[in-house]
Design a protein around this ligand. Structure first.
Ligand code: M6R
Length: 363
């Protein structure tokens, strides 16, 4: 069943182009009815979005917040399900409650959903990879990602398909609110359809990333930096590394460096930087200098037009294109590969890391 791959995680990383085309299959135009017959009315009515999820699915929600607020002008809160379910919050009936879950059976996310409903929030929706799951049964609207079965405990293709669905949803809300011109709709569809090809070109960088992984396997700690919608990608990169290679890794928004974590940086600290060519790049370059000044070793994932040259203590892998607003879906891939190959170099059980379960159905 593994074909040419050594582990399910590797197979699932390489299945992402297919998973994305399957998830977007049949989408010929952007419309709120893609998500069910109730969504046109819901999308029209909503004034806020509240995203509830755990782990990697929570990070997908964090990326969606950037999209929803910038592209659909809808305020969005993202909350870890196990926090939301137990705190006193202020409910708002015009909020769309959106859960994100690969399995659709995560106990905390299900409980958070029920909690939101008990507070009178009736617009519920889920983005989920399992059509028969409890999550789908308990929400009014849903979008089923077609990642296929994900076996590796570390979530990979589920995450990128969730992002694709979230981008589609953001675009549909924007359209419902009159914020998406016909031209923009066409451009978005074209960009989404290009994702599989863009992913394949990134997957070709596997060997280069593998070389970096042999360095990481010798370390005890790593920092991951990103800004804007790539901050959640830095968090996801750190989570992948923790989960399967047992390295202590932390993700930070790069602007926070000097508010604390810079104290950790020395010659022993590898610092992974997610550095797409966007409006925050110059700021990020400043943060990278702060790291170099403390002798921290930088491992930078740039993309087209970044103009970041390798030098002493600064390693660079450039992704082939610049992916504009869809960039998080692509920039996460090298981080998945980095975690995978670090774990292989360390000899850990990649598909079944210690202490973890694939689907967390108890609290
Ligand atoms: O099935 P779910 O998406 O609800 O699962 C949520 C988390 O348990 C899951 O994403 C977890 O963080 C993964 N092991 C991350 O790789």
């Amino acid at each position: 069943a593994l074909g040419p791959y050594t582990h399910y995680m590797q197979k699932e990383i390489f299945e992402q182009p297919q998973a994305i085309s399957d998830t977007l299959e049949g989408v010929v135009g952007i419309s709120s009815s893609i998500f069910g017959h109730e969504t046109p009315a819901m999308f029209k009515r909503l004034k806020r979005v509240l995203i509830l999820a755990c782990g990697t699915s929570y990070y997908a929600g964090m990326v969606a917040k950037y999209w929803l607020e910038s592209l659909a002008k809808v305020p969005c809160d993202v909350e870890i399900a196990s926090e939301y379910r137990y705190r006193e919050s202020v409910p708002d009936k015009d909020t769309l409650v959106l859960t994100i879950s690969q399995s659709g059976e995560t106990a905390d996310t299900l409980a958070a959903l029920e909690h939101a409903k008990s507070l009178g929030m009736d617009m519920t929706m889920t983005i989920c990879n399992v059509a028969t799951s409890a999550m789908v049964k308990r929400t009014r609207a849903h979008y089923i990602t077609r990642a296929g079965v994900e076996i590796g405990v570390a979530s990979t293709k589920a995450f990128t398909t969730q992002l694709a669905a979230l981008f589609l949803m953001t675009s549909a809300i924007a359209k419902e609110k009159g914020l998406l011109s016909e031209e923009e709709e066409k451009a978005r569809l074209k960009d989404m359809r290009h994702l599989p090809e863009a992913m394949r070109a990134i997957l070709e960088k596997e060997n280069e990333i593998k070389e970096w992984a042999s360095v990481f396997a010798q370390k005890n700690n790593a920092l991951f930096l990103g800004r804007g919608m790539h901050y959640p990608i830095a968090l996801e990169g750190a989570l992948k590394l923790k989960e399967i290679s047992y390295l202590h890794a932390e993700g930070y928004p790069a602007g926070e460096l000097k508010h604390g974590p810079l104290a950790l940086v020395d010659a022993e600290m590898p610092v992974v930087t997610v550095a797409p060519n966007d409006e925050l790049l110059e700021k990020l370059k400043g943060n990278m200098e702060e790291v170099r000044a403390r002798k921290g070793e930088l491992f930078v994932f740039s993309d087209q037009g970044c103009n970041i040259q390798p030098s002493e203590g600064m390693h660079v892998i450039q992704l082939p294109e610049n992916y504009a607003v869809l960039s998080p879906i692509l920039h996460v891939i090298p981080l998945q590969l980095l975690a995978y190959h670090t774990a292989i170099a360390k000899g850990t059980d990649v598909d079944k890391p210690r202490n973890l379960a694939k689907s967390v159905t108890t609290e």
